[in-house]
Design a binder for this molecule. Structure first.
Ligand SMILES: Nc1ncnc2c1ncn2[C@@H]1O[C@H](COP(=O)(O)OP(=O)(O)OP(=O)(O)O)[C@@H](O)[C@H]1O
Ligand SMILES: [Mg+2]
Length: 451
């Protein structure tokens, strides 16, 4: 089974074919490019774990390409191939973030070893990222604020279902509070001393996703350097949160359904059947009924996940919550930034009540935090809300003077801010690949720290 994706870039056709053939035999999914330009296009639409780059190529050379690929995908592990390799260029490449280099003519055993070490590094980076997220999650503020009737209903459902083991499906647009609700259910349950394990079902190829959920034995596939416990095992006794559940590949849904019913599974490449006790909460911002009609989501899976359904409406449909949330976020931001802001001007009140909030509560939280940071007095005024300050009509009249590029830049920036700089979310909203978004940010000089 092809688990990991490798990009091979070399201007010599024979070399590309030889490497692709060799790597496919090792169960990698391989794509080849004959130039840096072609490689960049491939990278805009694919996530590769590994890239093998020829150092000397006409046009863009390997070093330049290495820099570009790292900008687009910081986690990609790059191995340089060089026939002309002076030690200096190899060292240069490593300083620029290459994992290693191999000399041409290529010794395939050496290459194989380098790839498997590079995969281990990739895998460790992923693992660290996950542990960091889990730790951050533990310290998240779980207070669910709101005075609207719907939020009160959500809260009452949360407290009623917390003590049961029923599966819960939480639905709502991006940033409405699905994860905080899932965490609150776990916190109020009898499982609270066990783990809350979150897994994003988006953006992983099928087999890698299964390895993530069920774990794998050592040697189950290339790159399975040691045994790994899956998320189901980690969540034993606790709660497993399947985020963006609408993105689970159909094949995986079949397997997952069996596991959800029996709470039994095997690690990939393993014979032993493991039994767990896991409570499942899932979340999605997609229209699952529509997906079922289009045969992209299984109906039986839907019923299994949707025993209890919680719908969180978008913020624009529960305007009663806006001011209480703003107040709450001002207090939070004060603590964080050591400020003493105590309110907003009537004009700001008007703006935030009439704004559409496409990024929902997350966007409001970001806007308020920026307002607190920027405020020069003890109230947030209109000048502290840089991009919200534009009312709809002003936005249109001022945009007449903008070039397409400027419009694109502004739009990208707004979406990034609204999504709290979540690249996956922003790319999804913009309808482009994450790597393409990274490239555009670079091109327009958009950086979080500078905004
Ligand atoms: N009712 C609420 N009270 C207080 N904070 C909230 C509320 N709803 C959302 N938040 C805050 O807004 C942010 C976004 O919430 P959360 O991550 O739960 O949204 P989400 O629906 O999971 O979004 P996405 O679909 O983008 O993953 C978080 O920082 C969360 O703490
Ligand atoms: Mg979420």
């Amino acid at each position: 089974m092809a688990l990991y994706r490798i990009l091979v870039v070399d201007d010599e056709e024979a070399q590309r074919q030889m490497l692709a053939g060799f790597l496919e035999k090792q169960d990698f999914s391989v794509k080849t490019a004959e130039s840096g330009k072609e490689a960049i296009i491939l990278c805009q639409n694919n996530n590769f774990e590994i890239a093998l780059l020829d150092l000397k190529m006409p046009g863009m050379d390997g070093i330049e390409l290495l820099k570009k690929l790292k900008e687009m995908n910081t986690e990609i592990q790059v191995i340089m191939m060089t026939a002309y390799g002076t030690v200096e260029t190899a060292v240069d490449a490593m300083r620029l973030g290459a994992y290693h280099y191999v000399n041409k003519p290529i010794n395939l055993d050496e290459l194989k070893l380098n790839i498997s070490k590079a995969l281990e590094k990739y895998y460790l980076l992923q693992e660290n990222k996950y542990l960091k997220e889990e730790l951050e999650g533990k310290f998240k503020d779980l207070q669910i604020i709101g005075s609207s009737q719907v939020i009160n209903e959500v809260l009452s459902t949360v407290s009623r279902v917390a003590k049961t083991k029923s599966t819960v499906l939480i639905r709502g647009e991006s940033g409405t509070g699905k994860e905080i609700v899932a965490r609150a259910i776990h916190a109020l349950s009898d499982r609270t001393d066990k783990r809350f394990v979150a897994v994003s079902c988006a953006a992983l190829p099928e087999t890698l996703f299964e390895a993530e959920l069920f774990g794998h034995e050592k040697g189950a596939f290339t790159g399975a350097i040691r045994r790994k416990e899956g998320r189901f095992e980690l969540a034993d006794g606790g709660t497993l949160f399947l985020d963006e559940v609408g993105d689970i590949p159909l094949e995986t849904q079949v397997k997952l359904l069996r596991v959800l019913e029996s709470q039994e599974f095997e690690r990939l490449g393993g014979k032993e059947t493991l039994k767990v006790d896991v409570r499942i909460i899932s979340a999605t911002n997609q229209d699952l009924e529509e997906k079922i009609k289009g045969k992209r989501f299984r109906e039986d899976m839907y019923y299994r996940l949707n025993v209890i359904s919680i719908l969180i409406p978008p913020l624009r449909e529960r305007k009663e919550d806006i001011l209480v949330l703003a107040d709450h976020f001002i207090r939070k931001a004060n603590l964080k930034c050591g400020k003493k802001v105590n309110g907003i001007t009537p004009e700001v009140k008007d703006i935030i009540l009439n704004y559409d909030w496409p990024g929902n509560v997350r966007e409001l939280e970001n806007v308020i935090e920026r307002g607190v940071v920027l405020s020069r007095t003890d109230v947030i005024d209109k000048n502290d809300l840089p991009y919200l300050g534009l009312t709809k009509s002003r936005e249109i009249s001022s945009s007449i003077n903008l070039s397409l590029r400027e419009m694109e830049k502004n739009h990208i920036l707004n979406i990034l801010i609204a999504s709290d700089w979540n690249l996956n979310k922003s790319a999804e909203i913009l309808g482009i690949h994450r790597n393409t978004l990274r490239l555009k940010m670079k091109e327009y000089g958009i950086e979080k720290s500078r905004m």
